[in-house]
Design a protein around this ligand. Structure first.
Ligand code: NAP
Length: 523
């Protein structure tokens, strides 16, 4: 890292700026070796123009070529794994085992997109053949496929320095779709971001992809990301972060002369509902599951269980007594950055100072850079009067909402905004209430879990990681195979000669993919 001075990479070329900033060690707040770029609006323009130039070639590469490119990125990240993990540990305070696991998740999702490209059916080709005899008018031949949208901007997330950052899900899915990517590196892990960028740069060179296919920019002195999303050649944006930052960028995307989609994941409190028989039968496992999920990654997961909703009574009291005892034994953990630690304290303080909110359990914290886990309790009636009690407190904080009866539990759901997940703990004897909750929660979240905990998102084809606002701004998931839908748009070809059609739409199906032809799925 000592060799890095005010560094960024634009179209694989090292671009050093006049001034730069240090990465900060999460555990001490001290500056780390190496400095990173304070890129300018001119650098943004350079990166986006290179991406636009690359788009002409890159968007026309075959699926096989792009699959090979993605697999090479994964291999290049693995080749640098030890250095990436060592730097990420310093910058984020996350433990080695978590970061090794996250590297595996990152390369695993990159390879998942490579496999999708090789299989080919992800383009969802639809063919409605012509019927020249149709009365009163002949029916034309119409064939639908998807095409990449163009250069996209991706904002690295602070809480997943690998899997949601430089070569994370947004970058992998956009590159798979055929879109060049410009990453706005997150200021809390700039060294990690640069090391991962070097893996992508190496893959670009090995696979002879256009150089502008990838760039990474950063700045500690201006919101350079705003210049990026306003650039007229950017066609879509992927973001994970705060409601404030995300909303500011979303509004910029909408206000452009050409509005563009902003796929943002902004904030979620992931309510967990405890039904009476589950609470009665599984009190111990629910208590330990709750404390474990709340503290995973120091609560800095977008799927952290920030609300626990249950009926008041002796069972809930016993559960909270167990939870209080267990929380007092949880080791303190360092937060991702000093600013996130400060924000956690301020947000927890603002929620617990509201009338009717009582802190019932606390963990330990040894320094200002660590989080004191906290559980507070509020009556459903008081919760319903304070919208702010639903907003995310990023960190190991959860609010227990005590309901008088099941109808009050339903009133709580009725008032809820969008979340990424909802979880129900229930026995089969609770089925009637479970069915009611399922039908209500379907309209509020992107994923419903039964008898489990929301932290931990499986990367697979069936995953939906998103939800109604503010959990997400638009529905395509940020995790799993369908994330590729963020970066493509449909195009229909009408009465185009077979030899001029893209391969996925040709009569003989040379790619052997699954297609919907005249209403029937055939391969
Ligand atoms: P953030 O402040 O929203 O920043 C995320 C990215 O957006 C950064 O690259 C930031 O860059 C950029 N940005 C923020 N405000 C901007 C603006 N007005 N104009 C242009 N760019 C802007 O999120 P964070 O730094 O990761 O963490 C802060 C808080 O976000 C946390 O305390 C937590 O509340 C929330 N968060 C939530 C999740 C989740 O999964 N739900 C994940 C991470 C964070 P610059 O500041 O350099 O411009």
């Amino acid at each position: 890292m000592t060799t890095f001075t005010n560094i960024s990479y634009i179209a694989t070329k090292a671009v050093a700026t006049d001034t730069g900033f240090h990465g900060i060690e999460a555990a001490s707040g001290n500056a780390l070796e190496g400095t990173f770029a304070n890129n300018t609006i001119e650098d943004v323009d350079l990166a986006v123009k290179a991406a636009k130039e690359a788009f002409a070639t890159y968007s026309n590469t075959s699926a096989k070529e792009r699959a090979n490119f993605l697999n090479t990125i994964a291999t290049e990240i693995e080749a640098r794994r030890d250095a990436i993990v060592a730097r990420a540990m310093l910058e984020t305070g996350l433990p080695e085992a978590r970061l090794i696991g996250e590297t595996g998740r990152t390369t695993g999702q990159i390879r998942m997109f490579a496999n999708m490209l090789e299989e080919g059916s992800w383009v969802r080709a639809v063919i409605d053949t012509a019927d020249p005899q149709r009365q009163p008018l002949p029916k034309p031949d119409i064939r639908l496929t998807t095409v990449p949208t163009g250069p996209v901007a991706v904002f690295g997330a602070s809480n997943f320095p690998l899997a949601f950052s430089t070569a994370g899900g947004d970058t992998a899915s956009a590159l798979a779709a055929g879109c060049p990517v410009i990453v706005k590196g997150h200021g809390s892990h700039p060294g990690t971001a640069i090391l991962v960028a070097e893996a992508i740069n190496a893959a670009i060179k090995i696979c002879a992809m256009p150089l502008g296919t990838f760039s990474i920019i950063s700045s500690s002195i201006s919101h350079i990301g705003a210049d990026l999303v306003k650039h007229p050649l950017i066609k879509a944006v992927g973001f994970t972060g705060s409601v404030g930052g995300g909303r500011a960028l979303f509004d910029l995307c909408k206000a452009r002369l050409e509005p563009i989609p902003f796929y943002g994941e902004l904030g979620s409190t992931n309510p967990v509902f405890l039904l009476p028989d589950a609470l009665n039968n599984r009190l111990d496992s629910i208590a330990s599951g709750f404390v474990g999920s709340l503290n995973m990654g120091c609560g800095q997961f977008c799927t952290n269980p920030g609300l626990l909703v249950a009926l008041k009574g002796a069972d809930l009291d016993s559960l909270l007594a167990k939870v209080t005892q267990q929380l007092s034994t949880v080791d303190p953990q360092t937060m991702l950055s000093p600013s996130i630690a400060n924000a956690y304290r301020a947000n927890a303080e603002s929620r617990t100072s509201i009338d009717g909110v009582d802190v019932i359990a606390r963990g330990a914290a040894a320094s200002d850079l660590q989080a004191e886990s906290m559980i507070a309790k509020v009556s459903a009636q008081a919760w319903l009067q304070h919208n702010e009690l639903e907003h995310e407190v990023f960190g190991p904080f959860s609010l227990v909402i005590e309901c008088d009866d099941f109808s009050q539990m339903q009133a709580v759901i009725e008032r809820m905004h969008g979340h990424l997940t909802a979880t129900i703990h229930a026995e089969s004897s609770d089925d009637e209430s479970t069915a009611t909750l399922l039908s209500m929660l379907r309209d509020k979240v992107g994923r419903i879990l039964m008898n489990s905990w929301p932290t931990g998102v499986e990367v697979c084809q069936a995953m939906q990681h998103g939800g109604p606002y503010p959990a997400a701004t638009f529905s395509p998931t940020s995790v799993g195979g369908r994330a590729i839908d963020r970066w493509v748009r449909p195009v229909a070809y009408q009465d185009v000669a077979d030899n001029l059609l893209p391969d996925e739409l040709k009569k003989d199906n040379p790619l052997r993919i699954l297609r919907l032809i005249d209403g029937k799925y055939v391969r």
